[in-house]
Write a protein that binds this ligand. Sequence first.
Ligand code: OAK
Length: 825
Amino acid sequence: EASFEGVDDVAMAAPKPAPRRNDSAALAKEIAEKLTYAIGKDPATARRHDWLEATTLAVRDRIVDHWLASNARNNASGAKRVCYLSMEFLIGRLLRDAINNLGLSEAIRDALSAYDVEIDLIELLEPDAALGNGGLGRLAACFMESMASTGVPGFGYGIRYVHGFFRQEVVDGQQVELPETWLEHGNPWEFERRERAFEIGFGGKVTMIEEAGKPPRQVWRPAERILAVAYDTPIVGWRGARVNTLRLWSARALDPILLDAFNSGDHIGALLEANRAQSITQVLYPADSHLAGQELRLRQEFFFSSASLQDIIRHHLKRHGDLTTLPDKVAIQLNDTHPAVSVAEMMRLLIDVHAMGWDQAWDITKKVFSYTNHTLLPEALETWPVNLFERLLPRQMQIIYAINAQIIREATQSGLDGGKIAAISLIDEGSGRRVRMGQLAFVGSHAINGVSALHTELMKKTVFHNLHELYPERIQNKTNGVTPRRWIMECNPDLTALVTEAIGPGFKDDITKIKGLDALATDAGFRDKFMAVKLRNKQRLAKTIEERLAISVDPHAMFDVQVKRIHEYKRQFLNIIEAVALYDQIRSHPEIAWQPRVKIFAGKAAPSYANAKQIIHLANDVARVINADPSVQNLLKVVFLPNYNVSLAEQIMPAADLSEQISTAGLEASGTGNMKFAMNGALTIGTLDGANVEMLEHIGEDNIFIFGLTAEQVAARRANGQGGREIIENSPILKGALDSISHGVFSEPGRYSNLIDNLYGNDWWMIAADFEAYWQTQRRLDTVWQDPTAWGTKAVHNTARMAWFSSDRSIREYAKDIWSAPTGA
Ligand code: OAK
């Protein structure tokens, strides 16, 4: 192991950072020095990339000062640490985040302008760190920032994918996936910790060892061993008060080259093992809310779980000497079931490696772990074939059987009947024997949480019904949040300036103060300024649309936006059908006062998800035809922006008038885009699903547009197997729209017959069932749009009343109710 120590081992005495000057002159000088001595360029020959790197390095020096100080403070206080295990961290760019949180925005702008360099242009050259798919990964990134901002000693643990989430292009209206290469030009934010490396085993055998005078014990001898090497990225909290660590693991071969093979002339064979090892951290699976059942995925899950636990145990032993105190010093949060194998691996490490007895190990494990569930969709719940698990992780499989036996004992003692016991078993005996990772995460945790009030209640009634009956105190709710630094201050500087002018800067330290805007909703002067900010943001987005797609849109039209992963349950299809219906109605009723709209879509489909890809194709087909039709020119445009990612979201959220949150009720666990839009003053059209329900409570029913079936009604309709035919046949507007799609107004006939047949058939996602309510609600929104005072008032109320959805609030709740960890405030 270590020959010298990593950053978390900095001596107790905090290094006194050299006092740095943060004025623009000092920064200008430091940036020039970085350009010269770290990059080897002078201002005359430097390219924009060089300026970006020089600026990043100058900012990074300041972060490192705070980082070392934070780590020294953690070690000195011995405060409880929170380890957030997540397969995904969807971070996006870091430079603006760091500059904003360190309070350097003005100074850096001025420093660079001395060289005629515009910060707004060079920061766009930073690649997004796209180590995640969607909501779950972005939540982990918001939580990392909020832990640093609220004073929680937080450690993110994940995987350093060489290739993040694929790049999407649209060719002939269809999604094409291209590899993503964020590390191509190096990554100035990461610090490789070569000394912080752990061995990870796979396969092999478990043997029982019996030594005289000692109880027999199991020893796992893996057939394959791989090295996990740490890469650390500092995560800066608000005002730089705390800098936490995101530690990502990279796979490496123990022997980079097999010398025997090499020397005997097999040069390729000598390298094969290294390639096989490295493949584990090469690529992020682009599967969102559906199962990626490949062996490599299970390897990834175990690889980062085991490395993280070994690191946590090493640190604890070094500081505290004794593993019995682990639950007092560490909380480990499992972000969905992807790291759930940690429960078995922790037991193995405690029992096999650190010689603890079963009961004590199990007690410690349950106290340390907690688990967040992010979806109820059956197709997303992780299960692994027992024989794959056994082959790859034989000792962990034994432990899972032993845990299962114990749980079944507890269930039997508490009087649960046989059917219920089968339902809680960690092994699904139904469709080939499979390990149920949700059950494993549940029984190994003292707290299990859902991510919105509705989702938590549904968890109790559905997936975890029987486990909830057995352990009724374990499930609790922690409604998601998003960080207001990135999702208001950084992405919407004009709004931030306006709010500061109106109520003072206090909301930056305490977002609940933004409530002060509520009183200004009826102030015409303020409202006009608020809507003027919105218009400028829309103008910028219009420019992007023009540049990327050569579609010109009117910034005065309503920007009606649905951006998120493409999934049937999210119902982009419903939105597209409404666009088609609107197109038909505008042409057949030109006398009506239609309100000009731009329907904006963006989002990626999983490469293997055929229906989702069809939906993208349809959106693009519909856009092509409508945008080219002079008869609706000023009234309707449809735009599909390719390659939705965090950076594009930062441009879109501030520019939306209307936010589409229209999932089939009961299926969106929470949503977080819904929160970002509303904070930036968009009105929401949405179903009673996920966090929309709580947004309604906070924003008030006059300021949000709710429609459609409730979760209960959806469940009842599904149980009846009603299908959509009758509804469609009784709704001329819906029928007309579906006929236009089928009969080839937008493509050759039949291209979308599969999607349409599904509506006539079972209407599983309730698109036909909800269409009429959706259509009527959209028309109500048209009426409000006609009245700028009414719209503006509602928009201001939205921004004013969304503070509760800050991830600072979520993190404080986790810290208090689940982690028993300190917060600064
Ligand atoms: C991804 C993979 C497997 C399971 C769940 C997900 C996921 O991204 N779920 C999403 O998590 C978000 C954060 O909690 C929620 O806001 C979304 O509703 C949920 O779909």
